[in-house]
Ligand binder design. Structure first.
Ligand SMILES: Cc1ncc(COP(=O)(O)O)c(C=O)c1O
Length: 400
C-alpha cells in the first residue's frame, strides 16, 4: 500500500492481499508501515466547550484508539461486504460471551451445538441460566431439522464448525435458513477456519466469533477475541461491549494486527502440513480413524468441500483400543509436540481428550482413546519421525 492511499477505497481483492493491506494507513503515521501502539486512557480536549460537546476523534482509551481501529478495520474488510462492524475482546471466550449477551434477554431460549467448545457450554449453563436464558443443546449434525427445536422464544442458534475436539461439520447454510425463517439469529465460533477459509457472514451468520488467541496471534503469546457482526447484530454488539467497559490492552491489539499480516501464509502451511500428517496417521495400524474434515473419509467431508476453502492444522485421531497409559507414553515420548491446549501458534501440540462428560444431546463413543493434534510450522518429516518414536513407545507400554 503506497503512502497516502487510504484503506477502504480499494476494489475487492484476494484475501491474501487483504490480510497484508487492510487497516493500514501509513500516511497518518509519517509513512511508517505499521500504526503506533497507543498506550492511552485520557484524551485531552482543546477547550471546555469541546470537552462538553465531545468534539474529538477519540474520546477515551477504553472507547478506541488508532491501534484498535486498525485491527477492527482490517477484520471488517476480511469478513467481507456483509460485515457492518467488529468488536475486540480480551479473549476468545470473552468474545463468545459478549456476542451471546449482546443479543439475549431474560426469557429467551438459545440452541447450542453439543460439540461446542467446553467453556462456551459452561457460560451458557452457569451464567446465561442465572440471567433467565435457557439453553438446549442439539446434535451438531442436525442440519435444517433444527427448525423442529426452535421455540417461540428461541432468539439464537450457536454453531461451531467443525467442533474443535470432535470435528463434526455443521450444515451452516441449512441452520441459518431454519433460524432466520423463525426470526432467530445465528452465532458461529469460526476460530478453526478463520475468515480466510470460511467467511461466515457470507453464509448468513449474524455474529462471527474468533479466538484471536489462535491463528490471528499465531505465536502463542497473546489473548484476544474478535466478533464480526452483520447489519442485524452490529448495533447491539457494539453497544453491549461499550456499556460493559470491555477493551483490549494496546500491545495485545498490536500483536493481533501483526499476526494478521502473515495469517494467509501461515495457514496455508498449517493446512498442507496438517493434511500430510493426518494422511500419514490414517494409514498407521494403531489408528482407528482420523477426524479431519479435509480427509475424504471424514463424514463431514462433503460439507467441508462445499463451504470451506481450506483447513487449519487442528484435527483429532481415534486410536485403536489400548490402555490409557499407552496413549500417555505416546504423548510423553513426543519431543516436537507440546502437551498444551491453545492451538494456532507456530508450534505443534498434542493432547489427550474425552468428550463423554461434555455431551448432553449426543453420545460420544469414538471407539478408542482420542488425541487432538495441532500441526505447527515445523518440517513434516521431522514431525512424522517424532510420531514414529511415539508409536514405538505406545507399543511398548501397551504390552506392559
Ligand atoms: C474453538 C475455540 N473457541 C474459543 C476458544 C477460547 O479462546 P480463548 O482461549 O482466547 O478464550 C478456544 C480456546 O481454546 C477454542 O478452541
Amino acid at each position: 500500500m503506497k503512502e497516502g492511499k487510504k484503506d477502504g477505497r480499494a476494489p475487492a481483492r484476494h484475501p491474501d492481499t487483504t490480510v497484508v493491506n487492510a487497516g493500514r494507513d501509513p500516511a497518518s503515521y509519517h509513512g511508517f508501515v505499521n500504526p503506533p501502539v497507543y498506550h492511552a486512557s485520557t484524551v485531552l480536549y482543546p477547550a471546555a466547550e469541546d470537552y462538553l460537546a465531545h468534539r474529538a476523534r477519540y474520546q477515551y482509551g477504553r472507547r478506541g484508539t488508532p491501534t484498535t481501529e486498525a485491527l477492527e478495520r482490517a477484520l471488517q474488510e476480511l469478513e467481507g461486504p456483509q460485515c457492518a462492524g467488529v468488536a475486540l475482546l480480551p479473549s476468545g471466550l470473552a468474545a463468545i460471551s459478549a456476542a451471546l449477551i449482546s443479543i439475549l434477554h431474560a426469557g429467551d431460549h438459545l440452541l447450542v451445538a453439543d460439540s461446542v467448545y467446553g467453556p462456551t457450554r459452561s457460560f451458557c449453563d452457569q451464567i446465561l441460566s442465572r440471567l433467565g436464558v435457557t439453553t438446549t443443546y442439539y446434535d451438531p449434525l442436525i442440519g435444517g431439522a433444527i427448525a423442529g427445536l426452535i421455540q417461540p422464544n428461541t432468539r439464537a442458534v450457536f454453531v461451531e464448525s467443525p467442533g474443535s475436539l470432535s470435528f463434526e461439520m455443521q450444515d451452516v447454510p441449512a441452520i441459518v435458513a431454519a433460524a432466520h425463517g423463525k426470526d432467530a439469529l445465528v452465532l458461529m465460533d469460526n476460530t478453526w477456519a478463520t475468515p480466510l477459509y470460511f467467511r461466515a457472514l457470507d453464509f448468513g451468520v449474524d455474529l462471527s466469533i474468533h479466538a484471536g488467541t489462535k491463528y490471528f496471534g499465531g505465536h502463542a503469546d497473546v489473548m484476544l477475541g474478535m466478533v464480526a457482526a452483520n447489519a442485524a447484530a452490529v448495533a447491539s454488539l457494539k453497544n453491549n461491549v461499550r456499556l460493559s467497559g470491555l477493551c483490549v490492552g494496546p500491545d495485545d491489539v498490536y500483536l493481533g494486527l501483526r499476526g494478521l499480516r502473515t495469517l494467509a501464509v501461515r495457514l496455508e502451511r498449517h493446512y498442507s502440513a496438517g493434511l500430510a500428517v493426518a494422511r500419514w496417521l490414517a494409514q498407521r495400524p494403531e489408528v482407528l480413524s482420523v477426524l479431519h474434515p479435509a480427509l475424504e473419509t471424514h463424514p463431514g467431508h462433503a460439507l467441508w468441500k462445499r463451504d470451506f476453502t481450506g483447513a487449519c492444522g487442528l484435527f483429532s485421531v481415534v486410536f485403536r483400543p489400548v490402555p490409557q497409559q499407552a496413549v500417555h507414553a505416546f504423548l510423553d515420548t513426543l519431543e516436537l509436540f507440546g502437551i498444551g491446549a491453545s492451538w494456532g501458534g507456530y508450534e505443534s501440540l498434542a493432547i489427550p481428550f474425552d468428550c463423554t462428560g461434555m455431551r448432553t444431546a449426543t453420545r460420544w463413543a469414538p471407539g478408542g482413546p482420542t488425541v487432538r493434534f495441532h500441526i505447527g510450522l515445523e518440517a513434516v518429516d521431522d514431525l512424522i519421525a517424532d510420531l514414529e518414536r511415539g508409536f514405538a513407545a505406545l507399543a511398548v507400554a501397551a504390552r506392559a
